[in-house]
Write a protein that binds this ligand. Structure first.
Ligand code: NAP
Length: 315
């Protein structure tokens, strides 16, 4: 095992990278373990129109590239690995990746959340063969084709808008008759001639053997089933926090989110949290970034309180 780090940040989305920028400027010499999906969920989005400072909007991956460049300017170190387990019952804390084991005085967990699936056997069978959870990644394969999006939130409507520029027809399938997405997005999507809606319906089965040929829907009010033919199904039904590696180490709620105090802290000294991994309410890039900033200040205060040096390299 090597030296003891002062701070390890797990995750490299807006929360992790903002924490890294502030921690580096506070002389904590942070190590960011990026995870295999470096950059987080914004890497899977197109236009980000609500992050302050970009009046014309900015592409998600470009915003993340800028944040990373900014962190690099302050000599933040990066390890492109996944954390597989942690031991928060010892001091120093231990963080294990696929190939290394790190000791550290403090940790900021900023591992975010990943897309949820419907949980149908047919959905899993046809993943990558017409079933996707990322329009930006896979939309290109459906150029000129008919596709469906499942969900009624911001993600579903954003993906529908994106796909409407590529696909012949986009059908939004939603389990209720009211959308959850923000009103501006609803207006935008409703103005698109090649987007239509099927409300009060759930996908009972994704149809097809080698590739998607359609979906069977069930109306939740009268239980009637119907089939529509299409070639792609995009699932956009929310997210699951990335906390599997924390089981038994931190308190998690029934959905897997990290349970925090009203100040946004964990119950373990030296372990801090930022972003979607503990936030099931706001879940915005800007709130994640704000939480990352706060976590970095909390770490600085914690290490000072422990009378540990906050200058130079980890001890
Ligand atoms: P979300 O807001 O939780 O919406 C999930 C949608 O999927 C809801 O409409 C939900 O239906 C539906 N759903 C959930 N489980 C389902 C199931 N098993 N079968 C069928 N439908 C199901 O998730 P999200 O759209 O991914 O957004 C997550 C967060 O990120 C939100 O806070 C959102 O504001 C934010 N976000 C923001 C932007 C932006 O541009 N600012 C873009 C993307 C995401 P019900 O409505 O009936 O619950």
């Amino acid at each position: 095992m090597e030296k003891t780090e002062k701070l390890i940040i797990i995750g490299s989305g807006p929360a992790g990278l903002t924490a890294a920028i502030y921690a580096a400027r506070g002389n904590l010499n942070p190590l960011v373990i990026t995870g295999s999906e470096a950059g987080g969920q914004l890497m899977l989005t197109t236009d980000v129109d609500d992050f302050p400072g970009f009046p014309e909007g900015i592409q998600g991956p470009e915003l993340m590239a800028k944040m990373r460049k900014q962190a690099e300017r302050f000599n933040v170190r990066f390890a492109s690995e996944n954390v597989v387990s942690v031991n928060f019952k010892t001091k120093p804390l231990v963080v294990k990746t696929e190939s290394s084991e790190f000791r550290t005085q403090s940790v900021i967990i900023a591992t975010g959340a990943s897309a949820r699936w419907l949980g149908l056997e047919s959905e899993q069978k046809l993943r990558g063969k017409g079933v996707s959870a990322c329009a930006v990644c896979d939309g290109f394969f459906f150029k000129g084709k008919k596709v469906a999006i499942v969900g009624g939130g911001d993600t579903a409507l954003r993906e529908a808008n994106y796909l409407s520029k590529l696909c012949q027809q986009v059908t939004i399938i939603h389990r209720r008759d009211a959308l959850r997405a923000q009103p501006a997005l609803q207006e935008l999507v409703k103005s698109k001639p090649n987007i239509d809606f099927i409300f009060n319906s759930v996908v009972e089965e994704v149809l097809g053997e080698e590739k998607v040929t359609g979906v069977r829907l069930k109306n939740i009010h009268n239980e009637k089933t119907s089939e529509i033919q299409l070639e792609g199904v995009f699932v956009a039904i929310g997210h699951k926090p990335n906390t599997d590696f924390l089981k038994g180490q931190l308190e998690l709620d029934e959905k897997g989110y990290i349970v925090v105090t009203p100040e946004g802290r964990t119950h373990i000294a030296g372990v801090f949290v930022a972003g979607d991994v503990s936030d099931h309410k706001y879940r915005q890039a800007v709130t994640a970034a704000g939480a990352g900033c706060k976590a970095a200040f909390d770490v600085e205060e914690y290490l000072e309180h422990m009378h540990l040096p906050t200058e130079g390299n980890g001890g």
